[in-house]
Every structure is written in C-alpha cells, then in structure tokens.
Design a protein around this ligand. Structure first.
Ligand code: MG
Length: 406
C-alpha cells in the first residue's frame, strides 16, 4: 500500500475544559508538555511514520493561532495538510476531517485524538495492519478494574465479565469509504453525539475488531494526567539504552589453571597478568565502562598501582556496576564470547553465567557466555593466548536538558 493511501485525521477541536481546572485558558491539546505542545508531539508521531502519507488536523474555530504555534514546533511538516475547522461535537469534527479528504480519498484513515501524544510507531503499524485485515479496527487494552453497570440510584444492575471488556483508545483505523459513509448516514439521521468512531461504525452495521492497544498511549484529560506526563518526560526520569563493547587478551604461561568469568578452571597452562588475568571479566568490565562512556579498565585500575596486583577481577566488574548504579542506571544484559582453542568453555558455561550474575546482581538469564575457536589461526589459534569480547546493554537516565521528542 502506497504512502498516500494512508491518511490520519487528528481531532483537536475540543476545549479541554477538564484539564483547564488550574485556570489555564489554553485547550489541553495546545498546552506545552516538557516544552513541546501536546498537538506537536501527536502530529510528530504521524508525520515521522513512514507509512502515513497525509495528516489532516481538525481544529476549533478560535484556535488557528494556537495551531500555528504548535506546528511551528515541528521538526518537519511533510504531509501536513491545512487544518479544517471542526463542529460542535467530536463526531462533527471527525466528519469535517474525513470530508476534507474526499477529493483525493485515502484507502485507510486513522482517526486519533490530539490529546494522546504518546502513541508509538508500533501502534500506528498495528492500526494500519488491523484496518487492512478488518476494515474497521480499534485499539483496546484489557481492563484491570472490575466494571459495574449501575442504575440512576447507583445500584448495580450488572457485572460484565472483565475478561471480555476492553478499554478503547485511538488511533482507530478504517477503510476510508466505510467510515465516510457511516458518518454521512449518522448525519443524515440527525445523530451527532457518537464519542468514538468505533461506536459509529458499529451503529452503521460494520464489524469492528479490537486489536491490542498500548497502556502508554494515555489520553491527557485532567491536570493530574499532565503532571504525571511531565514527570515521565523529565530528562532525569527518562532512561536511554546504551551498549558498550569490550575486548581483552592474556598470554598463556606456565601454570595449572585460568580464571574465566570468575570461575577457576583447571588447565595445562595459566596466563600472564598483573591481576588474575580473567579475560571474560576484563572484557565485561570494559563493555560496562564503554556503555557509561567512562574510560576503560586501565584508567580505573592502573596496572602500575600495586593494590591491583593479583587482584580478583570480580572487584573490577563489581566496581563498574557500582558506577552504573551511582548514576541511576540499570544493567539489562551482558554477552561475552571467549576465543581460544582450549580449554573447552561449554562444561563451565552455566557456572560462569551464575558467577557473573552474582557479581552484577542479575539473574543468570541476563548473562550470555559463548565460545569459539579461531580455526587455529592467529595467536589464539596457536594457543599462545586467550581472548574475550563482550557487550553490555544498560539503561541510563538522560542528563541532557531541553525539549526532546522522545
Ligand atoms: Mg586483561
């Protein structure tokens, strides 16, 4: 399906009274959230998505200036159509957006609330796929609270089976002709208060399918929602994923054991080293320091410093983990490859994983140990030494300041 076959209608016509309880006269979709207007965040999700060709915003009659200020914050506006003015209800506003697309009709239209700025590219993908498969599809998440239906007096009338209930979100995705026709028919019958296009399509007789929504795709409704969103977006509360790599080599020498991943392994040789020469722990330590962009094992533990002579290398790795924790980060995964002809690593793999996990405070399923020979090539192939390479995946609080699109 070509890009222009998929359009989005963004409903930004509301007055957002519930969020304005603080006295803020600005409708909630135009309010800044961590420095960027909510509408700009929402539009960016669609404009940056490779499958969406056009974005039609529907605004309130008095909001042209607010709209211009919001779109001025966008890094790019390719595919953004001129806004159209909505009606007195959400349903009328959606119709205005659909109507504006009629001369160059898309195959699929996504209808989304401007006040849901946290939708992901994956959710847009899911909406498009669901509309291609079902013609009328809406995202929904399982309900965690038990829901009661009550009468006017507050007496419980019914308790629906929670497993069959879904809390419905946007973007709702439809075959464009189907939704335009459903709206036209509702208007024709004088109905104008459908609050959700899924309900309108259902009323028109369409089979509407629910696909999995995203719990992060919240609708900003109350001041509490804004406060929570601001909190989430604060740079120090956002974690970004980083990956670091490490590599280490030690030469074989006379001896009867080597250390690998904190495990003592009997061998026909030992290694030459200032410390215990554990290539796995050294490579992992460097990988962690790399992810932290904080020097290398040599700068933290200089070989010239006598206190590290013969040191057990678990101290190096534990120190790197402590540096990570001191910066508010978390360790997600460690992966190492041992390169040698002998000894065989396989029989020690689980012990090594468990030992590294214990040093780092991880569960062993977050630690991977692999081994390879170098096909008798090079120094490892000639069994002159042993090497290891490693990768560490961490999450670290963002320390940059200023508006960010994440
Ligand atoms: Mg080393």
């Amino acid at each position: 399906m070509a890009r222009r076959d998929i359009a989005a209608v963004i409903v930004a016509g509301g007055r957002g009274l519930r969020a304005s309880a603080s006295g803020d006269p600005l409708p909630k979709q135009y309010r800044p959230l961590a420095g960027i207007p909510v509408l700009a965040r929402t539009l960016h999700a669609f404009l940056a998505h490779p499958a969406v060709g056009r974005v039609q915003v529907v605004i309130g009659a008095d909001d042209a200036e607010h709209y211009e200020q919001s779109v001025a914050a966008l890094p790019q506006r390719d595919g953004l159509l001129e806004p159209v003015i909505g009606g007195g209800t959400r349903q009328e506003s959606v119709f205005a957006g659909l109507h504006a697309l009629r001369n160059d009709p898309p195959a699929i239209v996504l209808v989304h609330d401007a006040a849901r700025p946290f939708l992901s590219a994956a959710l847009i993908d899911a909406a498009i796929a669901a509309a291609q498969a079902h013609e009328a599809a809406i995202p929904g998440t399982p309900v965690t609270d038990t829901i009661k239906q009550v009468d006017e007096a507050g007496r419980v009338v019914e308790t629906p089976d929670r497993d069959r209930l879904r809390a419905v979100q946007t973007p709702q995705a439809f075959a464009y002709p189907l939704l335009l026709d459903a709206h036209a028919r509702a208007r024709g019958e004088g109905l104008s208060s459908f609050t959700d296009d899924g309900a309108l399509a259902e009323w028109a007789g369409a089979a509407v399918t629910v696909f999995p929504g995203d719990i992060h795709n919240v609708k900003l409704t109350t001041q509490t929602d804004f406060d929570a969103a601001e909190q989430r977006l604060r740079p120090e509360n956002r974690l970004t994923t980083r990956v670091g790599t490490g590599f280490d080599v030690h030469a074989f020498a006379d001896g009867d054991h080597i250390w690998l991943g904190g495990v003592r392994i009997a061998h026909t040789q030992g290694v030459t080293a200032h410390s215990d020469g554990d290539v796995v722990l050294h490579a992992l330590t460097d990988a962690l320091l790399g992810a932290l962009a904080d020097g290398d094992i040599g700068s933290h533990f200089p070989p010239s410093d006598p206190q590290w002579k013969g040191a057990s290398s678990d101290r190096f790795l534990a120190h790197a983990v402590a540096l990570l924790h001191a910066r508010g980060g978390m360790l997600d995964h460690l992966d190492a490859t041992v390169i040698c002809e002998t000894p065989k690593v396989g029989p020690h793999r689980e012990a090594i994983r468990a030992r590294i996990a214990a040093i780092c405070g991880l569960t062993p399923h977050r630690v991977s140990i692999k081994a390879t020979t170098s096909e008798r090539l090079g120094f490892t192939g000639r069994a002159e030494g042993i090497a290891a390479q490693a990768a560490a995946t961490i999450r670290l609080p963002e320390t940059s300041t200023g508006p960010d699109w994440l």
